[in-house]
Design a protein around this ligand. Structure first.
Ligand code: SAM
Length: 198
């Protein structure tokens, strides 16, 4: 099985599961900077469990749970010692303002009907026609699961129209800042930090 070693974490990944890439590394770095020790964290769409495993390796006493809807990802994340449940976004959680931080590297590629991939791996990439289908759903629910003063870390791409994502976040009462960026081959990646107005 293939694996990646990053900042103290060794993470295995398998077929039908998103292979950790530049977007995963950028979000993991942001998590190390912004997640506090002794806090409660939810990672939506954990894939192999890479980001959660890096958080675990670098933060003390973090109460961390992850989710994904791809069953192959669940197996993979469990093998990487990440506690994970099967859930479509927040479907498996109670809206009880329970997390200090929620992180998500969503499927964000603009994808037409004829561009979809076969099988579960499509969920790693397919952001719908404008790349923001899953992001819109996520943002319409996320603040019900965050504590007052909670934080959100969301990976976005220049392909996803970050200005529009920021507008959506502002509409949901988040103060937003861009905390890190990385230019890749065909896109610019960034992590948006959303802090709830309390
Ligand atoms: C770009 S991959 C990121 C994987 C991993 N977090 C990383 O950074 O390497 C997006 C992940 O979100 C999952 N996903 C997509 N839509 C989802 C949904 N509605 N609910 C839960 N997970 C979802 C996919 O299965 C995939 O594992």
């Amino acid at each position: 099985m293939a694996y990646v070693v990053y900042k103290g974490a060794t993470v295995y990944f398998s077929e039908n599961v998103y292979e950790p890439a530049e977007d995963s590394f950028l979000l993991a770095d942001a998590c190390i900077d912004y997640i506090r020790d002794n806090s409660r964290v939810l990672e939506i769409g954990t894939g192999s469990g890479f980001v959660s495993a890096v958080i675990r390796a670098n933060k003390k006493n973090v109460d961390l749970i992850a989710s994904d809807l791809n069953p192959h990802a669940l197996n993979c994340a469990k093998n990487n010692n990440v506690e994970v449940i099967r859930s479509d976004l927040f479907g498996g959680f109670k809206p009880a303002h329970q997390f200090d931080t929620i992180v998500f590297n969503p499927p964000y590629l603009p994808t037409g009907d004829d561009e979809r991939l076969q099988g579960w791996i499509n969920f790693a990439f397919d952001g719908g026609e404008d790349g923001r289908d899953t992001i819109r759903r996520f943002l319409s629910e996320v603040n019900q699961y965050l504590k007052p003063n909670g934080n959100m870390l969301l990976l976005v791409s220049s392909l996803t129209n970050p200005k529009e994502v920021i507008r959506l976040m502002n509409n949901e009462d988040f103060n937003v800042s861009t905390i890190c960026e990385d230019s890749c081959f065909f896109e610019k990646l960034m992590v948006l930090h959303g802090k709830l107005d309390s």
